[in-house]
Design a binder for this molecule. Structure first.
Ligand code: CA
Length: 238
C-alpha cells in the first residue's frame, strides 16, 4: 500500500459484525494495522446498538449471526443509512449474495478471503462513497444530481440511492447520451478488479432503473445497448 492510500484511509471507522472470533480477530488486526478505526459486534443486537450510537464509514457484515440474519440487519440499515456495506458470505451461497446486493450491499467477500483482497475491497468501497465532493449540479431532464450534497432528485423529489448506485448514476450523468460499456462502468464504479463482474453491474443498473422510473414504467433514463453496455438519455414517454 502506498503512502497516499494510507493517508486517505486513516481514521475511517469500520464496524465489523461477525460472530466467528478468528475471522473477527483477523479483520480487526488487519484493518487496525492499516490505520482503520475498528469497532466490533458479535450479534445483530450488538450491531444495532452500535449503529444507534454511531454510523460507521463502512460496515463489514457477516450474514450468519447467532441471533438473526445479516440480511435482516442490512434491510434495516438501508432504511436509514447509505453507509457502504461489504457482506461476508460463505462459498456457494450465490443466492444470498444476490439477495444482499439487491438489498443495497455494496460488495461481498467470500470466505476464506485474503487480507489483500479485504483491504482492496474496503479501500474501493470507501473511495466510491467519498470521492465525489466537487460542487457540481448535473441535470438530465427531470433528473438532478448534486455532487456536493450527494443528493439525487427526480422532478424535485429526492431519490435514495446506495453509494454504488450513486457512483453509477454519476458516471452516466457525466457521459449523457454516450454508450458506456460494461467494463467501463465496472472500472469506473467498482475498480480494475471487477472488470468481469457483470452481475454486480446488472443488479445495480436494475435497482437504479427501478428508482428512476415512473410507477407505470414509461420513463426510462437508462437504455440498454444490447451486448455493449448502457446509455443515459432523456426518456421518451411511450
Ligand atoms: Ca457467522
Amino acid at each position: 500500500m502506498n503512502l497516499m492510500t494510507q493517508e486517505r484511509s486513516r481514521g475511517a471507522n469500520v464496524l465489523v459484525v461477525e460472530d466467528d472470533w478468528p475471522i473477527r480477530h483477523l479483520l480487526k488486526v488487519s484493518l487496525s494495522a492499516h490505520n482503520y478505526d475498528v469497532s466490533e459486534a458479535e450479534t445483530c443486537q450488538e450491531a444495532v446498538r452500535h449503529l444507534s450510537r454511531h454510523v460507521p464509514d463502512l460496515l463489514l457484515l457477516d450474514l450468519g449471526l447467532p441471533d438473526g440474519s445479516g440480511i435482516e440487519l442490512l434491510r434495516r440499515l438501508r432504511q436509514e443509512h447509505s453507509t457502504p456495506v461489504i457482506v461476508l458470505s460463505v462459498q456457494g451461497a450465490e443466492s444470498t449474495k444476490i439477495e444482499a446486493l439487491d438489498l443495497g450491499a455494496d460488495d461481498y467477500l467470500t470466505k476464506p478471503f485474503s487480507v489483500d483482497e479485504l483491504l482492496a475491497r474496503v479501500r474501493a468501497a470507501l473511495r466510491r462513497s467519498k470521492s465525489l465532493h466537487a460542487p457540481t449540479l448535473l441535470t438530465c431532464g427531470d433528473l438532478e444530481l448534486d455532487m456536493e450534497r450527494r443528493l439525487v432528485s427526480l422532478a424535485g423529489r429526492e431519490v435514495s440511492l446506495t453509494p454504488n448506485e450513486f457512483s453509477l448514476l454519476l458516471a452516466f450523468m457525466r457521459n449523457q447520451e454516450r454508450v458506456l460499456t460494461h467494463r467501463q462502468l465496472l472500472k469506473e464504479v467498482w475498480g480494475e478488479g471487477y472488470l468481469e463482474d457483470s452481475h454486480v453491474l446488472r443488479v445495480n443498473v436494475c435497482n437504479l432503473r427501478r428508482k428512476l422510473n415512473s410507477p407505470d414504467g414509461k420513463r426510462n433514463y437508462i437504455k440498454t445497448e444490447p451486448g455493449v453496455g448502457y446509455r443515459l438519455c432523456l426518456p421518451r414517454v411511450a
